[in-house]
Design a protein around this ligand. Structure first.
Ligand code: SF4
Length: 437
């Protein structure tokens, strides 16, 4: 007998990266198509769905706190825990009281059926598959829930690299690429809907195509570059090794590709990089950044840096700090190493004290801010295309240049999803004040 359900309230909470956000939006749409109302996570709902992140221990703790929060709102609600945390640490996820449904990082489209089964039988459901045996990209599309200027598109899932600190390959499985035609189809639809900017996202997009052969990330970029109505293409984080001189020359010729690249570094010390099992040296990385700056004028280069990896001595940290400083990144995300059970580095000797990690993190964050201001200063007085996105609480329209400078302007009108030539007049903290010319 089919259960027909209408007007139940479902609340979502997403932890972690853009891939998770994309997947939550896709799951949300499936629920809406089945007649559910999506409500805020702070509201009383019939179903709470937590899309988890397990990159750090803090993400796990937050997931547990979100379960408690949902139960406080409605002790009879159905609680769904999905995503990377249960996929990587099923034993822990199973031990959280009050969770009714546990799923991993695949078969997300089926969550709605699991919820309906659970409502009917009121039995706990655990459906976590062996993700390392999954070689199929799960088709999940986001069709409606977009209230932003930028549209994210997931083009890939999984990673095969097994850096020694990283739980992601265990949580996400091997590289699976979305078929080229499907990507083009979704981007064309987004262009028809009026989106000017698309962001290609995935767990390791540099590996795009490796599993399906005869198509690469470069092909995808070239294909999207030819789609009318799209003005900007952005990329999520890239693995340094994809950025060969040939590749950089090719992407430099794509007029819609934003001059902003996030190239994950993790450490500026070769010894630390080796222990992390990263597959490049600082010298190779330096050459990549030099080539980007040679072929792509005014390019913004961003990175991730980790502090307190096991065995990171004061000397190694200093080396990393000096390398980062020499690179002059326009953006930098700083992470403290978080031991993850199941990874190689978990068992390494020389775990770094929390206090030292915090000191190093603070120092790197200060450097990140200095570098960002230095980068922004170079653009004072210049006129650049800014795609406006939002109005801030203090009444500025805010938008981004293609090389990711955040620009604020005063304007009578709301300029959402409009691109204007804007003169950059002054610095405002880490942003810039501009005026439309
Ligand atoms: S490349 Fe390394 S850090 Fe990035 S997801 Fe893969 S294993 Fe994790």
């Amino acid at each position: 007998m089919e259960v027909f359900i209408v007007s139940l309230n479902v609340a979502f909470y997403t932890l972690g990266c853009k891939v998770n956000q994309y997947e939550t939006e896709a799951i949300m749409e499936i629920f809406q198509q089945r007649g559910y109302n999506v409500v805020n996570y702070n509201s009383v709902a019939d179903i709470y769905i937590i899309n988890t992140c397990t990159v750090t221990g803090r993400g796990d703790a937050k997931s547990r706190a979100l379960v408690r929060k949902a139960l406080k709102k409605n002790e009879n609600a159905i609680i769904v825990l999905t995503g990377c945390y249960p996929q990587a640490f099923l034993d822990e996820a199973m031990s959280i009281p009050g969770v009714d449904i546990i799923t991993g990082t695949d078969e997300r489209a089926g969550i709605v059926e699991l919820v309906e089964n659970c409502m009917r039988d009121r039995r706990k459901i655990v459906k976590v598959n062996d993700i390392r045996k999954n070689h199929r990209f799960e088709k999940l599309s986001v069709l409606r829930n977009r209230d932003r200027t930028r549209a994210y598109i997931k083009i890939e899932d999984g990673c095969d690299l097994y850096c020694t600190y990283c739980i992601v390959p265990y949580a996400r499985g091997p590289v699976r690429s979305r078929p080229y035609d499907e990507i083009m189809h979704e981007v064309k639809r987004l262009a028809d809907e009026g989106f000017k900017e698309v962001v290609l996202t995935g767990i390791h997009i540099s590996s795009y195509g490796r599993d399906i052969g005869d198509v690469s990330l470069l092909d995808v970029l070239k294909g999207i570059n030819n789609i009318d109505g799209i003005y900007r293409i952005r990329l999520s984080s890239l693995e340094p090794r994809i950025l060969t001189e040939e590749f950089i020359k090719e992407i430099a010729s794509l007029d819609k590709l934003c001059r902003f690249f996030h190239i994950s570094l993790q450490s500026g010390c070769d010894e630390t990089l080796k222990r992390m099992h990263r597959r490049y040296t600082t010298d190779e990385y330096r050459k990549i950044v030099c080539n980007l700056r040679k072929y792509i004028p005014e390019v913004g280069v961003a990175t991730d840096i980790m502090v307190g990896f096991p065995g990171e001595t004061d000397k190694e940290f200093e080396e990393s700090y000096m390398f980062v400083k020499a690179m002059g990144f326009s953006h930098m995300h700083v992470f403290q190493y978080s031991p993850r059970r199941g990874t190689k580095a978990y068992g390494y000797t020389g775990q770094v004290e929390k206090r030292i990690k915090e000191e190093r993190s603070k120092k790197m964050i200060e450097l990140a801010e200095e570098m960002k201001v230095e980068f922004n200063k170079r653009f004072l007085g210049k006129t650049m295309d800014v795609l406006y996105e939002n109005v801030t609480k203090d009444g500025f329209n805010e938008g981004l240049t293609d090389n990711y400078i955040r620009v604020l302007i005063r304007s009578e009108n709301t300029l959402k999803n409009e691109m204007y030539k804007t003169k950059l007049l002054s610095l405002k903290g880490l942003d810039m004040i501009g005026e439309i010319v």
